[in-house]
Design a protein around this ligand. Structure first.
Ligand code: NAP
Length: 327
């Protein structure tokens, strides 16, 4: 079967993503042929495409999240059949494609209350929030957190999830419009932050000088200093992304003496360690969605062929909520 997919031969600007015709064979043992109906864009794809994060090999497909309908199954595949609606997140790379062959083991069957676009807009982002709030730290009622990029894809799900738990969110955003969107999704204190601005004073004012229990920092370079200064004594600072570049090196003794805070880098592959774990996190997310606690907001949708535009808009910070690519 002939289909189309993006491939990259070298890292660099969005234009390195090349739209190509691809010949797909029949699914091998343990694989399925999946026709995508929606693909989730994630910020991390800009890091791989630009070279900020290393790719396992080149040439490479790009994208690790999608949803669609199974067209055919290979030998040995259990529990899935042609016609099933499924989604996946966290790889393997190559979701920027109209269709693909993919191991059945990582696929998650969609419950009837989740449509394919909602799944592609929420699976990776929502399961990230799931492990940030349940595994990295068990977020509790009464706690206060800083969550950067509060109006983004991960951010809007995080604001709603934290509110449902009974935690208070101080969220950073870059514009008043984004502040309004974050607020509507449960962020009690949106703060509009300009590049490299120190937000510690604002956080200390809100927390009456105590600092927050946990800082969730996906920005890295630009806000790391503020993140470390905004946490309470013996609180936790979690870096889980590098939207502005990786966080700078710091002097552990110097920083530790100030507050004895805990620091961690929460990489998804150290939490989503098996298909079963991912499945359980997805079920948790779907329950939160079914209860009405979390509504998924896809702020923008692009034709798949215009993926480069999605990358450019994300880097220019023009997006809100989740971003979908539609084949
Ligand atoms: N560790 C993991 O397993 C994991 C999994 C999923 C996502 N993540 C990370 O979580 C973050 C959110 O992911 P997402 O896909 O939902 O993206 P997103 O939040 O929708 O987009 C990134 C946001 O970061 C903010 N930002 C701040 N400085 C920026 C800069 N210099 N360049 C571009 N954006 C900047 C922008 O919001 P403002 O304009 O409001 O500042 C932008 O909208 C990303 O950093 C991603 O890598 C990590």
């Amino acid at each position: 079967m002939k289909t189309h997919a993006f491939k990259i031969y070298k890292t660099g600007a969005p234009s390195v993503m090349k739209w190509e015709e691809v010949e797909l064979g029949k699914p091998e043992r343990g694989e399925v042929l999946l026709r995508h109906t929606a693909i989730g864009f994630n910020m991390v794809e800009t890091y791989f495409r630009s070279g900020l994060y290393p790719l396992p090999s080149l040439p490479s497909g790009i994208g690790g999240e999608g949803a669609g309908v199974i067209e055919a199954v290979g030998r040995g595949v259990k529990g899935l059949k042609a016609g099933d609606r499924v989604c996946y997140a966290g790889g393997p790379m190559g979701s920027y494609a109209e269709a693909r062959l993919i191991p059945a083991a990582g696929l998650i069957k969609l419950p009837s209350h989740v449509d394919e676009q909602t799944a592609a807009a929420s699976l990776l982002k929502g399961t990230t929030v799931q492990f940030l709030f349940n595994e990295v730290h068990k977020l509790k009622k009464g706690e206060t957190i800083v969550f950067h990029a509060a109006a983004g894809g991960v951010g809007l799900i995080a604001c709603q999830w934290a509110k449902a738990v009974g935690a208070t969110v101080i969220g950073t955003v870059s514009t008043p419009e984004k502040a309004l969107i974050a607020k509507r999704h449960g962020c009690k204190h949106p703060i509009v932050v300009k590049k490299n601005q120190d937000l510690t004073d604002a956080v200390m004012r809100i927390t009456k000088g105590a600092g927050v229990d946990v800082v969730y920092d996906s920005i890295g370079k630009d806000l790391w200093r503020s993140s470390m200064d905004s946490v309470r004594r013996r609180g936790l600072v979690v870096n889980f992304g590098s939207a502005s570049g990786t966080p700078p090196l710091f002097d552990l003794a110097l920083e530790g003496n100030k507050k004895s805070a805990y620091f961690t880098r929460a990489a998804g592959n150290n939490y989503m360690t098996s298909p079963d774990v991912r499945n359980a996190a997805a079920r948790h997310l779907f329950r939160m969605m079914k209860s009405g606690a979390i509504k998924v907001h896809a702020g923008q949708t692009y034709p798949l062929r215009e993926a480069a535009k999605a990358h450019r808009d994300a880097a220019a910070r023009k997006t809100t909520g989740s971003t979908l690519l539609i084949p």
